[in-house]
Design a protein around this ligand. Structure first.
Ligand SMILES: [Zn+2]
Length: 312
């Protein structure tokens, strides 16, 4: 029933697709459970900015509550999967999962990763990044433990590790039979306190005419097994539109001062290799010395450890 109610008009979906074709930017939002995601941000990025936007829910919420009936565990996971898909049809995002099971509350993210099987779930996150190819990853939670569900912290830890690995050809090479390595440019944490960047989301979706707050509320109301299927969720989405983003890590272009032998053919080959490998511009060659381009993952000067969103 909720799937049918969530379907947008076909004409609106086509118009949104046409608008999205004009934009190349893409964002992957990562958290642990259905309902952890920032639906207002997803609606704004997907429908307001026309970015390719997706939510990776590490679990399907199998261990959560169900106010609609007696189904739990796997059956609840199926229901909450459908709720997330219905939510994305409203806010315009895409939806990904990993194989991780929501086994209930966990105090410690290390316990969570042990139960999940860290390497397997990490490989799933890397696969999602290589499949969706986001420019930016946004985590809902901090990688620093404390004050929230172990699943939440684990989702951020996995996102950060996958950020470092997805562009590495030595990481999960079996995936590279069908996928290419992909290196996002930066990973941010989405909070509500101080952050490197603050964003206030207002305005309306130009296709439907609905405000982003209304869209987000309708999207969130798809979480019916958790009791969000009422208009209170819509009203609750309004007024919660100021968000902060703290830089966790970013890709930084650096230049080595390497001696390069003379010879135009050699220099041209170096240029091609550097450009193809890193998608960055190369410094022009000097008579006897040029700068080779390479990339490194660098920690930013600031990491807002205290900016932790409230757990759900
Ligand atoms: Zn959660």
């Amino acid at each position: 029933m909720f799937q049918r109610a969530a379907e947008p008009p076909a004409s609106a979906a086509i118009l949104q697709d046409l608008r999205s074709f004009q934009e190349m930017a893409s964002v992957l939002y990562v958290a642990a459970h259905p309902d952890d995601e920032n639906t207002l941000l997803i609606a704004y990025l997907a429908r307001g900015k026309n970015y390719r936007t997706a939510y990776l829910s590490v679990t399907r919420g199998d261990g959560g509550q169900n106010v609609l009936g007696p189904d739990f565990d796997e059956k609840l996971g199926v229901a909450r999967t459908q709720e997330l898909l219905a939510a994305r049809r409203l806010d315009g995002g895409r939806q990904f999962f990993t194989r991780a099971i929501d086994f209930g509350f966990s105090k410690d993210y290390r316990e969570t990763l042990n139960i999940w099987g860290k390497d397997e779930v990490l490989s799933d996150v890397v696969r999602v990044i290589r499949t969706f190819r986001p420019d930016v990853i946004i985590t809902r939670f901090s990688t620093q433990p404390g004050g929230t569900h172990g699943h939440h912290t684990a989702s951020a830890v996995l996102a950060l590790e996958a950020f470092k690995l997805a562009g590495d050809t030595n990481a999960y090479p079996d995936q590279l039979k069908t996928l290419a390595p992909w290196q996002p440019k930066r990973i941010l944490m989405n909070g509500r306190g101080d952050g490197t960047l603050r964003m206030e989301i207002n305005g309306n979706d130009p296709v439907s005419g609905l405000s982003f707050g209304d869209l987000a509320g309708r999207s969130r109301s798809m979480h019916k097994t958790q009791g969000f299927g009422n208009l209170a969720a819509v009203a609750g989405a309004r007024g919660r539109n100021l968000f902060s983003f703290s830089l966790v890590q970013q890709l930084r272009m650096t230049f080595s001062k390497a001696w390069i032998p003379r010879g135009r053919a050699f220099r041209r080959r170096e240029h091609r290799q550097a450009r193809g490998r890193n998608h960055c511009s190369v410094q022009p060659a000097k008579p006897r010395r040029k700068r080779a381009c390479f990339v490194e993952i660098a920690s930013p000067a600031r990491f807002a450890e205290n900016d932790r969103p409230a757990g759900c």
